[in-house]
Write a protein that binds this ligand. Structure first.
Ligand code: XMP
Length: 544
């Protein structure tokens, strides 16, 4: 993956763009609902660990994902009411394989081991794990062999998703097999509130997975479903308020979802003591700068300072065609403009930023190679010494869909909440070749048509990103009786879960047709439209 592409965070949280200490800086407010039942998922490196957390939260129980070797002190702060052990790629007997931390069984709270997690439990209780004669990947049919609260409501066969090479050969003493599959006589096991399952209840391919997790959370562990984005908002507001006290908070708005929701939440908590700074770099889509001012300034009545820095960015970009050079110049200009803007607004004690949970998980877990990160914490420059703030990160424990939900509940308009990710360097990296005001205007006009048609066809939410790219190519056309020799525009639309991999979106031909004919008819200087049908990899989502 082209990690250099990711110098600026996808939705442009300002502190990251500024190089504020994203990981080790003083952090004051990252609300955790400590009074609620909390489940800790220990991550042994499975690709689906995050999904376990999401499923548990969907069931109304607050849940966090922590690396398996998290120090006990950090775990204790969360007062876990149950543990779930994730799957993982290792084999429990392998030298150096991640081990079960002693506090899990020592705590006496219910434990559910999934796949590798179940094998760890087997070993911890004196059972035996061995390589299965036949690896089992994909769908399998299970049948219950004993009544148990974990499988309450399950009769006959039920399909699950398996992905394992090892299996439980001898059950530990006192454990019972609860379910079996053709390749795994122990596909589920348990003793009291310590349970193991060989399959993955968190994936969509286990259709009744949520029921099994629900049986564990409520039937076995007796937890209460008190977590929701509404309860989160209440806790977050209280915590931000008490952390900020009489202090002043600065928030950089980029127009993206994360910074918008963070600002809205902090505004609810501290009102006028929040000031939002919005830098109009002239590289935004049509109407975006106006919408930020309208929504946050007029509608939500926040203290909003919009800095028009279009000329400065254009000057910095003059004649620059190289994508990385564009990024560098945009990053540096941004820091300077933001710094100057902030300095004019007086002293601030806090900087609010829209860090979201996947950023936190990815920077915390040594199991996940940097190459897999979509939002890197690479910075574009150091935060100047006199710009040291404490961070307020109210969304630090939320997934993107939860952030959107919070945004809606706080009254943000749908167009902001459902906005596609937009790169920090904006249209500069969607305009191949040198940046100029004229070419930006051409691209903006084409892009606006594409967005309009996408919205009209109600396809915004079916695509991860959809945009136009102005190519450094001219081609021959004919308009009326005249020959044209004009620019070509590419339409890029992708589907994706997290931006790490993507497929080109199969937009209906009629929609593509309307986009194309409107662009060539309405945008002066464009006579050809092409559709990009490459997936990522091997291409990246952006063209630069
Ligand atoms: P690529 O093009 O690498 O992009 O497939 C993956 C995701 O990251 C966004 N992107 C960026 N975001 N600064 C950002 O803030 C950048 O320099 C940048 N480059 C790419 C891209 O829009 C997609 O969502």
């Amino acid at each position: 993956m082209d990690t250099d592409n990711l110098l600026l965070k996808a939705e442009g949280a300002v502190a990251e763009q500024l190089g504020a200490p994203a990981v080790d800086g003083p952090r004051v407010s990252a609300p955790r609902p400590t009074e609620q039942d909390t489940v800790v998922v220990l991550d042994f490196g499975s690709q689906t660990s995050q999904l376990i957390v999401r499923r548990v939260r969907e069931l109304g129980v607050y849940c966090e994902l922590l690396p398996y070797d998290t120090p006990i002190g950090e775990i204790e702060q969360l007062k876990p009411a149950a543990f779930i052990l994730s799957g993982g790629p290792a084999s429990v007997y392998e030298p150096g394989a991640p081990q079960l931390p002693p506090y899990v069984l020592g705590s006496g709270v219910p434990v559910l081991g999934i796949c590798y997690g179940m094998q760890l439990l087997t070993r911890a209780f004196g059972g035996r794990v061995e390589p299965a004669a036949q690896r089992e990947y994909g769908p399998a049919n299970l049948h219950r062999v004993t009544d148990s609260p974990l499988l309450d409501g399950f009769e006959g066969d039920f399909p699950v998703w398996m992905s394992h090479g090892d299996r439980v050969a001898d059950l530990p003493e006192g454990f019972e097999a609860l379910a079996a599959s053709p390749n795994a006589p122990t596909a589920a096991m348990g003793k009291g509130s310590v349970l193991g399952i060989q399959f993955h209840p968190e994936v969509a391919h286990t259709p009744r997975g949520a029921e099994i997790l629900s049986n564990f959370l409520f039937g076995v562990a007796g937890l209460r479903p008190t977590w929701s984005t509404l309860s989160f908002i209440e806790t977050a507001i209280e915590q931000v308020r008490s952390a900020v006290g009489d202090g002043r908070v600065l928030c950089g708005l980029s127009g993206g979802v994360d910074s918008a929701v963070a600002a809205a939440l902090v505004h609810r908590a501290v009102g006028d003591r929040l000031t939002c700074l919005f830098v109009d770099n002239g590289l935004l889509r049509r109407g975006e700068a106006e919408q930020v001012v309208e929504t946050f300034g007029r509608h939500m009545k926040m203290n909003l300072v919009a800095v028009d820095a279009q000329e400065r960015f254009l000057a910095a970009l003059e004649g620059v065609a190289d994508p990385e050079e564009k990024r560098k110049r945009i990053g540096n200009t941004f820091i300077r403009v933001f710094e100057e803007g902030a300095a004019r607004l007086g002293r601030f004690d806090f900087l609010a930023q829209g860090t979201v949970y996947p950023d936190v998980i990815e920077s915390a877990s040594p199991e996940r190679p940097a190459a897999q990160r979509i939002k890197t914490h690479h910075n574009v420059g150091g935060l100047p010494a006199d710009l040291r703030f404490k961070l307020v990160e109210p969304l630090r424990y939320l997934f993107k869909d939860e952030v959107r939900q919070v945004g809606l509940e706080l009254g943000l308009p749908e167009e902001i909440v459902w906005r596609h990710p937009f790169p920090g360097p904006g249209l500069a990296v969607r305009l191949l070749g040198p940046v100029s005001r004229e070419r930006l205007d051409t691209l903006r006009a084409a892009d606006a048509i594409m967005q309009e048609e996408l919205q009209r066809a109600d396809l915004m939410r079916d695509t991860w990103q959809a945009f136009t790219v102005l190519l450094p190519v001219r081609s021959v056309g004919v308009m009326g009786d005249n020959r044209t020799y004009a620019d070509a525009v590419a339409i890029r639309a992708v589907t994706s879960v997290d931006g790490m991999t993507a497929d080109w979106a199969k937009l209906p031909y009629e929609v593509l047709g309307r986009m194309s004919s409107r662009i060539v008819n309405e945008v002066a200087g464009v006579n050809r439209v092409v559709y990009d049908i490459t997936s990522k990899p091997p291409a990246t989502i952006e063209w630069e």
